[in-house]
Structures are given as structure tokens and as C-alpha cells.
Design a protein around this ligand. Structure first.
Ligand code: HDD
Length: 739
């Protein structure tokens, strides 16, 4: 018995004893698992570009024994040091104080916008098509550049659900040999405001109400609609936000846009204006509104999980980077569209998107905080060959992104954090400050100097110095607080977007406006927004007004002129790969295991992820190895892009059944109510359904082959037809359109 045990008082009679429980933790020290090769953080260098002695992995956990932050090995981390086992805790316990103090400060302020997000590592490979337009080395043919991409929602807090209706951020950090280039874009090509001075206004309006901090991560409330119906330059972005683009199926299936017009500079000094586009190779695909709401409860991490799972399964998401190219004229106007106005897009039919490289995401973060949370993007992180324009939104952003990191990351040295470190040599004269981790040599961090031999020297053209493009400044201009008259058109492109949608997509837009405005309490706000809609389209305004129970709106005095639609803006009408889509394969013990195996094999062969869904967990058939990936209890339709019924499980005795009034109304239901619910939801959400068997099997779940996207027959035929439906993303015919 130790001295301590001797001092321990005997527990009172009846008190629970803490007899030694069986140990489950490993009892002998072992080295921690090393990170996967693709999860290494960028190779650390000092801010002067010299490699740090430490390997990246040396910077975090290492060795077998627990230590303090200064490396002293610890004997105990479960008990604070006390004056006797029932006595007070001693101030001298450094380990206790270090552990609690550090914990107390573990959280940093969340991003003021884009707080909820998820990141991944990857590589960008240029194809050389832009080499004549820009000197940027990473865009040359075959150059491979490491990247980190962070996707995000804009409005919600860090813990909000992934599938809310919102714009998505699509920010890419290219670690080029010439420095870091950040392309900080969104999944929509236009923005709510034209001048950055309005950013606090639009964000305050879109975020929760300040008195109660609700609603979370939504624009379906009075303050947002109050603002956008008054500040009408927001109407174009708003109609995008009411479209299916705002509820993406996956980060892997979103387009990305640099939004602003940028300026490329070539080695010969010539310049061009461009807009950047990311095109997902899996196509642009969205959820349906009811699905998003269900997922927000069933799996709030849906997009984050989808990104990590697909990368870890080797289904690496890919995007083509493309540019629309415009002549760099003094007016900076293309086909009547002011290229400096961030509320305007240029239809791809007028300026095709030319591919300049491919992005592949192939690594998940090793540590969410160190990478996704601490990554700091900035539109001013530019490399030689890429420059900004006078877009007044972009100009303000150039200030905001460094400024915000001072609060969020606690000081001016955030570019020394591993995820933000450039892979190019650094030789700056920035010194000291909070969290300085470099040990700078030399005595003369100033220019000119003799004491450090005049170092560092500035570079010229021959050494690839960044070029500040000499651009024309309007002669005799006066300081003004105004925007050019060309920015005054707030509606014609909102109408362009509306006219470019198919009837199904238009219906979804009508429903979204009706839902969001239906959540507003103030009728004057609803009416004012409907007035705005009359300027976009009469039928749109009338349909929303009807849904809200408002009088039929009168035609707007100023209708925007008719404009040619841009079919490229629609998500429908093409076929896309099905890689990485999940298919629920419903089986039970009565299903033929060989047929089920054939279905699973054919789906996997096509690159989808088949998941066996059975009435209970464990092996599906007594003598076979296949185990259920999901049970009827743990599965929910929203997890699947399509469903195949290999058998139709009958009601299981004593199974936990969802409340299903239809099933309850039938005296002896033939089908497990959870299967009926699954089929109902998959049907409603316009997903493909395969039924292996005959018409009677289909009838058992209330379907028939005549229903669009329902495929009945042999395993082979069902899988083939199902995949054909999935390539079109949804069974669009199932949506009853009003037009
Ligand atoms: Fe911004 C973050 C995209 C306008 C100020 N913005 C942020 C992020 C994205 C965008 C994707 C998240 C980056 C990350 O993952 O860390 N922002 C845009 C786009 C805009 C835009 C596409 C318009 C075309 N932003 C904009 C304006 C301002 C800001 C006009 C300020 C005047 N944005 C910020 C910020 C954030 C930010 C406050 C919050 C966290 C951060 O920067 O690092 O500085």
C-alpha cells in the first residue's frame, strides 16, 4: 500500500466503490501514428526562406510520453495536486494551470462571414493555354502547384448546418514558386453589392436579428429582405440565392467564380482582362429544398463528410480552371457590360470560358484547426502576371482580408502559420509582433542600409519582380462618393438569369421566394420585394404574390428590355459522370444474395458507392460475408442519390417504426413502413429508383414502371437504366411545373 493509499479515508458504508475496472487503454508507450503522406503541411521555412530544421510532423505531437508544452515528461494528468486527497488544490500545480489556461484559450474568433467551412489539399496543373496572356509561372503547361481549398457557407456560425440556402465560398490558395496566389471566390458569379463600403450593411441584414440571434444561417427573415428590396443592386445575387445554386448537392458539384474582373500581365507587358471560373468535372448538381431541410437535422455535416469521404475513397474531386478573356480597353466594358461592376456576369455564349488548368483535391486535413480554421485568404495575395482592377468591391476587399486576420489570428504574423506559409523564399523586412516565430538575423531591417551589405535588394523585370500595371486614371477627376452611371442597371441581368432557367428551375425559384418571404413578419417588406420581382418578370412576381396571398402585382413601370437567355446558366439538359454518388441497395434475408452481389458489383464498377440497407445490422445472410452498411433504422433517404430494392422487407416484428399514417391505416401492411417512407422520399426528391423483380414488387411499394425514373426488371437492366437516370442528376419529369 502506498503512503497515499494509507492516507485515503475509508468510504462511508453504501458509497460506490471505484474498484479497478478492466483497462482498455494500451498500457505500454508507443509512437503515435504518423500522418498520411498527402496530409503533410507545407514544408516549413523561416520567413527568410531557409528550411526549418524540424520536419513538419515534429511541429505537433511526437514521442511516446506525455509532456508539458516545454517537454517535461509527466507522471499524471488525471488528478490535480492537492493537500491530501480531500484537501484544496495547490497553486503550485503548473501542469494543472498550463492545461486549463491553454484550454480556456482554445477557441479563436470565428470568421465574421464564411465561419462554417471545410478544406482540402490538392494540386493544380496548368495546361499552358494562358501562357501568352500572363507571366504567372503556375499557369505554364505541366507546372504542378500545391493548393489548399476551403469551401464555406457565408451567413451561419461555425457550428451551423452545411445544407442551408446560402452562397458558398470557394477559396483557393495556390502555393506557387513565385509566392502565394489566393483566388477567393464564391459559387455564384455576382455579388450583392457594388461597393465594399456596403459590406457591413448587407452582412448585418443577412445575419441573425441582433436581439435574439435568430434565425441561424438563413436569409428567410425580415432584415435580409428589408435590405435587398431597398438596395436593389442586390436583386441579381438574390435571385441566384433563391435558385438551386444555393443548395448544392456537394462541394464537389459546384462551380466557382472569381466574380471580379482581374488583369493579366504578360511577359511582354501586354495586359488582358479576365474572369476566373471553376468548372466541376462532376457537373453542377443541387439538392432539393425539402432534402436540405431534412439533412440539416439528419446530418448537419453533410457537405464536409461528403468531401472527406470521397477524397479518402480515392474519388478525388476535380475542377477545370477557365478564363473569359476581354480586351483591356480604357472603358473596360464588354458588349455593353461594365466589367468593373461585380453585380454583372458575362454570358458564356458571348465570351466562352477557356480552360487553363485542372485542380484535383486529394488530401484531407490532418488537423482541422491548424489548416481549415487558421488558413487566411486575401485577395491581395497576388503573383507576377496577375493584378487587380478598379472594381470598387475588390478595392475594399484588398483592405479587409488582412485586417480581419489581426483579430482572428491574433496579430500580424499569420502568414507564418504552417497552412499560410508560402513555398517561395521569403526575404521581407517585417519584424517582431505577436506570435513572431522567426529568428531574424542581421541588424538592418531597413532600406537603404550598409550594415547588412545593402541587403535585401529589390528585383527588376529580369528577376521577375511583381509588376504594378500602369493604368490610366481619369484626367481631371475629382474625389467623389458615387458610382458610374453604368452601375445603375439593377434588373436586366436578374431577368437574364430568370429567362435562362428551365421551367423546373423557375418553379424552384418561385418556391424559394415564396418560402423566404413567407417567413417575413412585415407585409410592407414582402410587398416591396414583390414589386422588385415585377421588374424581373411578371409571371415570377405574380406566382410569388399568389403564394403569399398578396394582390396580383401590376406590371412594373420600368421593365428591363428583353435579353437573350444564357443556356450555360441552367443546370439541366446534360449528362454527367456518376462517380462518388451513393446508392442505397435495400435487401433482407429473403433476397437472393447473388442478385444483390451482382447489383452492388455493377454499381461499384460504374464508380458509385453502393450501400447495403438491411432490416438489422451485421451479416445480411447467415452464411455469407456481406454485412449491412446501414439498417432501416439508421438509413434515411437523403443520404442516397438513388435506391435499388433487391427485395421489399415486410414489417419486422417489434421493429422501431416511424410514424407512418398510411401504413397504419392498412390493417396488415405488406411492407416495412421504413421502406415505404424511404421510397416516398426518394420519389418526392426526384431520384432514380430501381426495383429488381416484376410489376408486383413495384406495386407493393406503390410504384410502376410507368412512373418516370422507376426502373423495374432484372438486376442488369435495372442498374443500367438507373445509371442513365443518375447521369441526368434528377428525374426532372417528376417535378410538376406550373408553366
Ligand atoms: Fe469576403 C471571407 C468571398 C466580398 C470581407 N470572403 C471570405 C471567404 C470567401 C469570400 C470565400 C472565406 C475565405 C476562407 O475560407 O477563409 N467575399 C468573397 C467574395 C466577395 C467577397 C467572392 C465578392 C465578390 N468580403 C467581400 C467584401 C468584404 C469581404 C466586399 C469586405 C469589405 N470576406 C471578408 C472578410 C473575410 C471574408 C471579413 C472573413 C474571414 C476572412 O475574410 O478571412 O475579410
Amino acid at each position: 500500500m502506498s503512503t497515499d493509499d494509507a492516507a485515503r479515508p475509508t468510504p462511508p458504508p453504501g458509497a460506490p466503490t471505484h474498484a479497478a475496472a478492466p483497462l482498455e487503454e494500451p498500457t505500454s508507450p508507443r509512437e503515435p501514428l504518423p500522418p498520411k503522406p498527402e496530409q503533410q503541411s507545407p514544408v516549413p521555412t523561416t520567413p527568410t526562406g531557409a528550411p526549418l530544421d524540424a520536419e513538419p510532423t515534429d511541429m505537433a505531437q511526437q514521442g511516446a510520453f506525455l509532456t508539458t508544452s516545454t517537454g517535461t515528461r509527466l507522471r499524471d494528468t488525471d488528478h490535480s495536486l492537492k493537500a491530501g486527497s480531500r484537501g484544496p488544490t495547490l497553486l503550485e500545480d503548473h501542469h494543472l494551470r498550463e492545461k486549463i489556461t491553454h484550454f480556456d484559450h482554445e477557441r479563436i474568433p470565428e470568421r465574421v462571414v464564411h465561419a462554417r467551412g471545410a478544406g482540402a489539399h490538392g494540386v493544380f496543373v496548368g495546361n499552358g493555354a494562358a501562357a501568352d496572356l500572363t507571366s504567372a509561372a503556375f499557369l505554364r503547361e505541366g507546372v504542378e502547384t500545391p493548393v489548399f481549398v476551403r469551401f464555406s457557407t457565408v451567413i451561419g456560425s461555425r457550428g451551423s448546418a452545411d445544407t442551408v440556402r446560402d452562397t458558398r465560398g470557394f477559396a483557393t490558395k495556390f502555393y506557387t514558386t513565385e509566392g502565394v496566389f489566393d483566388l477567393v471566390g464564391n459559387n455564384m458569379p455576382v455579388f450583392f453589392i457594388q461597393d465594399g463600403i456596403k459590406f457591413p450593411d448587407v452582412v448585418h441584414a443577412a445575419k441573425w436579428h441582433p436581439d435574439r440571434e435568430i434565425p441561424q444561417a438563413q436569409t428567410a427573415h425580415d432584415t435580409f429582405w428589408d435590405f435587398v428590396s431597398l438596395h436593389t443592386e442586390a436583386q441579381h445575387h438574390t435571385i441566384w440565392a433563391m435558385s438551386d445554386r444555393a443548395i448544392p448537392r456537394s462541394y464537389r458539384m459546384m462551380e466557382g467564380f472569381g466574380v471580379h474582373t482581374f488583369r493579366l500581365t504578360a511577359s511582354d507587358g501586354s495586359t488582358t482582362l479576365v474572369k476566373f471560373h471553376w468548372k466541376p468535372l462532376l457537373g453542377v448538381h443541387s439538392l432539393v429544398w425539402e432534402e436540405t431541410q431534412m439533412i440539416a437535422g439528419v446530418d448537419p455535416d453533410f457537405h464536409r463528410r461528403d468531401l472527406y469521404d470521397s477524397i479518402e475513397a480515392g474519388a478525388y474531386p476535380q475542377w477545370e480552371l477557365g478564363i473569359q478573356v476581354f480586351e483591356d480597353t480604357e472603358e473596360q466594358v464588354f458588349e455593353g457590360i461594365d466589367l468593373l461592376d461585380p453585380t454583372k456576369l458575362v454570358p458564356e455564349e458571348l465570351a466562352p470560358v477557356q480552360p487553363i488548368g485542372i485542380l484535383t483535391l486529394s488530401g484531407t486535413p490532418t488537423n482541422f484547426f491548424a489548416e481549415s480554421e487558421q488558413v487566411a485568404f486575401h485577395v491581395g495575395h497576388l503573383v507576377p502576371g496577375i493584378a487587380v482592377t478598379d472594381d470598387p468591391l475588390l478595392q475594399t476587399r484588398l483592405f479587409s482580408y488582412v485586417d480581419t486576420q489581426l483579430t482572428r489570428l491574433g496579430g500580424p504574423n499569420f502568414n507564418q502559420l504552417p497552412i499560410n506559409r508560402t513555398h517561395a523564399p521569403v526575404n521581407d523586412m517585417l519584424r517582431d509582433g505577436m506570435h513572431q516565430s522567426a529568428v531574424h538575423g542581421g541588424v538592418a531591417p531597413y532600406k537603404p542600409n550598409t550594415l547588412d551589405g545593402g541587403c535585401p535588394f529589390v528585383a527588376g523585370d529580369a528577376e521577375n519582380a511583381y509588376v504594378d500595371v500602369p493604368r490610366a486614371v481619369p484626367a481631371k477627376s475629382r474625389t467623389v462618393r458615387e458610382l458610374p452611371a453604368s452601375f445603375d442597371d439593377h434588373y436586366s441581368q436578374a431577368r437574364l438569369f430568370w429567362l435562362s432557367m428551365t421551367p423546373v428551375e423557375q418553379d424552384h425559384i418561385v418556391q424559394a421566394y415564396t418560402f423566404e418571404l413567407g417567413k417575413c413578419y412585415d407585409e410592407t417588406i414582402r410587398r416591396r420585394q414583390v414589386d422588385c420581382l415585377t421588374r424581373i418578370d411578371g409571371r415570377l412576381a405574380a406566382s410569388v404574390a399568389a403564394g403569399l396571398g398578396l394582390p396580383e402585382p401590376t406590371a412594373a413601370e420600368a421593365q428591363p428590355g428583353d435579353t437573350a437567355p444564357s443556356p450555360a446558366l441552367s443546370q439541366l439538359g446534360e449528362e454527367w459522370p456518376v462517380e462518388g454518388r451513393t446508392v442505397g441497395v435495400v435487401v433482407d434475408e429473403d433476397a437472393d444474395p447473388d442478385v444483390a452481389a451482382a447489383v452492388v458489383a455493377a454499381l461499384a464498377e460504374a464508380g458509385t458507392v453502393p450501400l447495403l440497407v438491411a432490416p438489422r445490422g451485421g451479416p445480411v445472410w447467415p452464411d455469407r460475408a456481406e454485412v449491412a452498411h446501414r439498417t432501416l433504422l439508421t438509413a434515411r433517404s437523403v443520404e442516397f442519390d438513388a435506391v435499388v430494392l433487391v427485395s421489399v422487407p415486410p414489417p419486422a416484428p417489434n421493429a422501431l417504426q416511424p410514424l407512418d399514417t398510411k401504413a397504419a391505416a392498412v390493417a396488415t401492411p405488406a411492407v416495412d413502413a421504413r421502406v415505404s417512407l424511404l421510397v416516398d422520399e426518394v420519389y418526392r426528391h426526384a431520384k432514380a429508383i430501381g426495383i429488381v423483380g416484376g410489376a408486383d414488387t413495384a406495386t407493393a411499394v406503390g410504384l410502376s414502371e410507368a412512373v418516370p425514373g422507376v426502373h423495374v426488371g432484372s438486376a442488369d437492366a435495372v442498374v443500367e437504366d438507373l445509371l442513365a437516370s443518375m447521369r441526368r442528376h434528377r428525374v426532372w419529369e417528376r417535378f410538376a411545373t406550373s408553366s
